[in-house]
Design a protein around this ligand. Structure first.
Ligand SMILES: NC(=O)c1ccc[n+]([C@@H]2O[C@H](COP(=O)([O-])OP(=O)(O)OC[C@H]3O[C@@H](n4cnc5c(N)ncnc54)[C@H](OP(=O)(O)O)[C@@H]3O)[C@@H](O)[C@H]2O)c1
Length: 214
């Protein structure tokens, strides 16, 4: 199949949460320290946000290397883009990622609150009110024949799973329970009616789950 819709390096807790409760500017992942969920990725040599040389070169790194490979556009939810809710008070917020966002492709931010597109370095953010199928069609058009990454957060991944539009998922399970927040699943086997599932434990303590369509 050409132009897959791929979830890459998305991390959930053992009890299935991809973000905690109470997201804010000070607490981007809510009550959980982001490092407790996603440090496995940040520790790798190939992680897209890495600024210092070094990093691990094992299994985790093989998987973070796949994050940008063959990707021509990203779709994300508005809550991943920032902590604001409701109509935009102004357009000063340009995402968490500074002047050089790690996407290097068009990014389609799903939101019910219109906002003009803007470009930072080689990443252009577009704001879309659309169904998952419409958003995917726009992103595929922009992706120049390459795959589209579904960047999260949880609500957005769930919406695309509900619409049955996701082709592959790489979800890492971090060795922590959150108890509350945004929950992707109660059990990953909820997806095995539609997806094959392989679970691969890493020495870092996370378990990588790879899903592909039956
Ligand atoms: N664990 C990880 O690996 C990981 C990765 C990325 C992000 N995160 C975290 O995940 C959290 C965000 O996830 P989330 O589940 O709260 O939210 P989300 O999926 O990022 O965004 C949900 C919001 O996007 C907008 N939206 C979604 N679908 C839409 C559609 N079809 N049309 C129009 N608008 C649509 C709505 O916002 P409006 O109606 O307000 O516009 C909706 O409330 C953040 O804490 C982030 O840091 C975790």
């Amino acid at each position: 199949m050409s132009q897959l819709l791929r979830v890459q390096c998305f991390t959930v807790s053992r009890d299935g949460f991809g973000a905690g409760e109470g997201q804010s500017l000070a607490r981007p992942f809510g009550h959980v320290d982001p490092a407790d969920l996603v440090s496995w990725a940040g520790d790798t040599a190939s992680w897209v946000n890495r600024t210092e040389p070094g990093g691990t070169r094992g299994l985790d790194d093989h998987l973070t290397r796949d994050y940008p490979r063959g990707i021509g556009a990203e779709i994300m939810g508005r809550n991943k883009f920032g902590p604001q809710r409701g109509p935009w008070a102004d357009h000063e917020w340009q995402g968490w990622w500074g002047d050089t966002p790690p996407f290097h492709t068009p990014v389609f931010v799903l939101t019910h609150h219109p906002r003009p597109s803007f470009t930072l370095a080689d990443t252009t953010f577009h704001f879309l009110t659309a169904t998952p199928a419409e958003a995917l069609a726009r992103a595929r058009q922009a992706a120049g024949g390459q795959d589209v990454r579904l960047g999260g957060g949880v609500a957005t991944i769930r919406a695309f799973l509900d619409a049955d539009l996701v082709d592959t998922l790489h979800i890492a399970i971090a060795p922590i329970d959150l108890g509350r927040g945004e929950r992707l699943w109660r059990d990953p086997r909820e997806l095995t009616d539609r997806f094959h599932l392989e679970a691969v434990p890493s020495p870092s303590g996370v378990t990588h789950l790879l899903f592909w369509r039956r």
